[in-house]
Design a protein around this ligand. Structure first.
Ligand code: UT7
Length: 311
C-alpha cells in the first residue's frame, strides 16, 4: 500500500480588512443586505497572487519540517495570475526555492480540489515526484468592479497552501473524487482580459447548489461512506446560503462544516484551503478523519473529494 499524507498547511491574508460599512458608505447597499444575502461581514484586499502564495506556501513547508528544495511538485490553483506569461507558479517556485516541476491550474473556485486530485495522482504515479505543494491563491479584488454592488461585496484576496508527501506505507489519501465541468455555462460567470468579472448571480447560485450536492453525493457513494462518517465538510466559501443549502441536502450539520466566509469573502481557489487550515489550526481534525471537499466555479466547474486526514 502507498499513498500521500498531508504534513503541513498555511494561509496568507492581506492586512487590509474591508468591512461592509465601507461599501455601505459609497454604494447602494447595506450591511444588513450583505450579511443576510451572503453571510459576509468583512474581507481582505491587497497583495499579489504570487506574494500571497509564497507566504502561505512557506508556512506550509515550515510546518511540514521540510526545506523548500525538497518540494519537487508545485501546483498553483489561481484564476488571477500576476501576468499572462509566465505562469505565476514560476515566480512562486523561484521565490520559495522549490525543485522540480511547477504549473498553474485554472478551474476557478474548484481549483484547489482539482489541484489536490492532480497532485495526489502525480505523487502516486511512480514518475519521480515525492513531495507536492498545492496552493490556492487569488487577488480577485483586481478583477472586481468596485462600483458594481452585485460583485464588489463578494470577492476578495487570500491564499491557502497544503504540503502532500508520498509514503510507501500510507493509506490512499483520496477515497473518491469527482471533477467536472459544463462549458455551455461559461457565460454566467466570466472575465475578459483587462476587464472585470461579470456574473449572473442567481443562476450561478442555482447551478452551484445542484452541481455540488450531486457531486458530493457521488463521491460519498463511490467512497462507500455516509454523511455521518464525514468529520469535516469543507465547501467552497461563496455564500452562506449556498453552504446552508448544501449542508441541509447532504445531512451534514454546521458544527461539522468549515466556514471562514464571514471574515474572508469569496477567495475562489483559495477558499477551501483557507477554511481547511483554519479548522486544522482550531484542532477540529484528528488522524484518520474523513474530510469532504466540494467546490464550484466559473466554467462552470465543480470538484468534490473524500480525503483522509493524517496517517
Ligand atoms: O464562487 C462562485 C461564484 N459566485 C457565487 O457563488 C455567487 C452565487 N450567487 C450569489 O451568491 C447570490 O446570487 C448573490 C449574493 C450574488 C445575490 O443574491 P440574490 O439573493 O441571488 O440576489 P439577486 O441577484 O436575486 O438580487 C436581488 C436584488 C436585486 O434587486 P432587484 O432587481 O430585486 O431590485 C439586486 O439588484 O438585490 C439587489 N442587489 C443588491 N442590493 C443591495 C444585488 N447586490 C446587492 C447589494 N446590495 N450588494
Amino acid at each position: 500500500m502507498s499513498g500521500s499524507v498531508i504534513t503541513g498547511w498555511g494561509t496568507a491574508l492581506p492586512e487590509k480588512v474591508v468591512t461592509n460599512a465601507e461599501f455601505e458608505a459609497r454604494l447602494e447597499t447595506t450591511d444588513t443586505w450583505i450579511v443576510e444575502r451572503t453571510g459576509i461581514h468583512e474581507r481582505r484586499f491587497g497583495g499579489t497572487t504570487s506574494g500571497l502564495a509564497v507566504e502561505a506556501g512557506a508556512a506550509a513547508i515550515t510546518m511540514a519540517g521540510l526545506a523548500p528544495s525538497e518540494i519537487d511538485l508545485l501546483i498553483l490553483a489561481t484564476t488571477t495570475p500576476d501576468k499572462a506569461i509566465p505562469a505565476t507558479s514560476s515566480t512562486v517556485h523561484a521565490q520559495l526555492g522549490c525543485s522540480g516541476a511547477a504549473f498553474d491550474l485554472n478551474t476557478a473556485c474548484a481549483g484547489y480540489v482539482y489541484a489536490t486530485v492532480v497532485a495526489d495522482a502525480m505523487l502516486g504515479a511512480g514518475i519521480g515526484f515525492k513531495r507536492a505543494l498545492v496552493i490556492g491563491s487569488e487577488t480577485l479584488s483586481v478583477i472586481t468592479d468596485m462600483e458594481d454592488r452585485a460583485t464588489a461585496v463578494l470577492f476578495a484576496d487570500g491564499a491557502g497552501a497544503v504540503v502532500f508527501e508520498h509514503r510507501d506505507d500510507a493509506q490512499p489519501l483520496i477515497l473518491a473524487s469527482d471533477l467536472g465541468l459544463d462549458g455551455s455555462l461559461l457565460s454566467i460567470l466570466y472575465c475578459d482580459h483587462g476587464g472585470f468579472m461579470k456574473m449572473e448571480g442567481r443562476e450561478v447560485f442555482r447551478r452551484a447548489v445542484r452541481a455540488t450536492v450531486e457531486s458530493a453525493l457521488k463521491v460519498l457513494d463511490q467512497a462507500g461512506v455516509t454523511a455521518d462518517e464525514i468529520a469535516l465538510f469543507v465547501p467552497h466559501q461563496a455564500n452562506q446560503r449556498i453552504i446552508d443549502a448544501m449542508t441541509q441536502r447532504l445531512g451534514i450539520p454546521q458544527d461539522r462544516t468549515a466556514i471562514v466566509l464571514d471574515k474572508t469573502g469569496n477567495t475562489s481557489s483559495a477558499s477551501i484551503p483557507i477554511a481547511l487550515a483554519a479548522a486544522a489550526d482550531a484542532g477540529r481534525l484528528s488522524d484518520g478523519d474523513l474530510i469532504l471537499f466540494s467546490g464550484f466555479g466559473a466554467g462552470m466547474t465543480w470538484a468534490s473529494a473524500v480525503v483522509r486526514w493524517g496517517q
